[in-house]
Design a protein around this ligand. Structure first.
Ligand code: GLN
Length: 295
């Protein structure tokens, strides 16, 4: 329960952060993004040659013309992103290309840093190590900021909220999170859902699959009683598979952020500055809205 409260607190903080970022809070949720952009585009820009410096530098005493500390990347001129492209709508394949929320956010982050984005698809469990060992610069994978991972990598500020939900067969006896005791729970290996379920219900109650789609397949075949996974992929999987539903009850609320090496704080700072601009001007919200249907 403590975990849930902490997660809710973090989520509440990020919601209020998001609210600060939205310049016109009273307007309906669907309108502000476009409107802010138009307003900004039309507003006179006295220092048009430095559009990135349009916000007051309250936290950073350094002169605005002075760039932050230099960052390096694994390959010069390239931001190499590790992901696991089985996680719609954050990352998934469309033909040969990996698309989705994370791909779009990372593409724009790279652009703001003057870099070209390269995406490396790998097992989810390999992402943190790849960041840590300098195989990739960043892990962008709907990845939850989590204490265990923080021992090995840093995270940028959060750009989205994740929710762990429970998928069950339509005729399941499981009606809420309180019914999971004694049930066989399918999870995606190495995810926070895996950790929570192992902690709360014991290793023996959990079956870990290589990815979410395989876990959902196992559910359909009756090999597990439910699947605990992030809400947005859950919605995609349930849409694509007959006879399943997502319980209304939410298990844990969490924050997604970009994993960066602890050795590369300059890159983390640069990413945070770019991310802040993209949150403040509504770009991140626009990307989320493109892929996530309003409920
Ligand atoms: N948000 C979950 C985690 O970070 C799942 C992420 C994923 O499977 N891509 O563990």
């Amino acid at each position: 329960m403590k975990k849930l409260i902490a997660a809710v607190l973090v989520a509440a903080m990020s919601i209020s952060l998001a609210a600060c970022g939205s310049k016109k809070e009273e307007e309906p949720a669907s309108a502000p993004t476009l409107e802010n952009q138009e307003t900004e585009a039309e507003a006179p820009q006295p220092e048009a040659e430095e559009p990135k410096e349009s916000e007051p530098a309250t936290e950073d005493p350094a002169p605005s013309s002075e760039p932050a500390a230099e960052f390096t990347t694994v390959t010069e001129g390239v931001l190499t992103m590790g992901t696991n492209a089985t996680f719609p709508p954050y990352e998934f394949y469309e033909g040969e290309n990996i698309i989705g929320i994370d791909a779009e956010v990372a593409e724009l982050l790279a652009e703001k840093l003057g870099l070209r984005l390269e995406i490396v698809d790998m097992d989810f469990t390999a992402i943190v190590t790849s960041v840590q060992t300098g195989k990739v610069d960043v892990g962008v994978a709907g990845m939850t900021v989590d204490e265990e991972r923080l021992k090995n990598v840093d995270f940028t500020d959060s750009y989205a909220t994740g929710v762990q939900v429970i998928i069950v067969p339509q005729d399941s006896q499981i009606a809420s999170v309180d019914d999971l005791e004694g049930k066989l729970i399918g999870v995606q290996e190495g995810t926070t859902g895996h950790t929570y379920c192992s902690d709360d219900y014991g290793e023996d109650s959990v079956v870990a699959y290589n990815n979410g789609a395989t876990a959902v397949q196992a559910l359909q075949q009756g090999k597990v009683d439910c699947v605990v996974i992030d809400k947005q992929p859950a919605i995609s999987f349930v849409e694509a598979n007959e006879g399943l539903k997502i319980l209304d009850t939410e298990y844990v609320i969490e924050d997604y952020a970009v994993a960066v090496s602890k050795e590369n704080t300059a890159l983390k700072d640069a990413l945070n500055a770019a991310l802040k601009e993209m949150i403040d001007d509504g770009t991140v919200q626009k990307i989320l809205d493109k892929y996530i249907k309003a409920e």
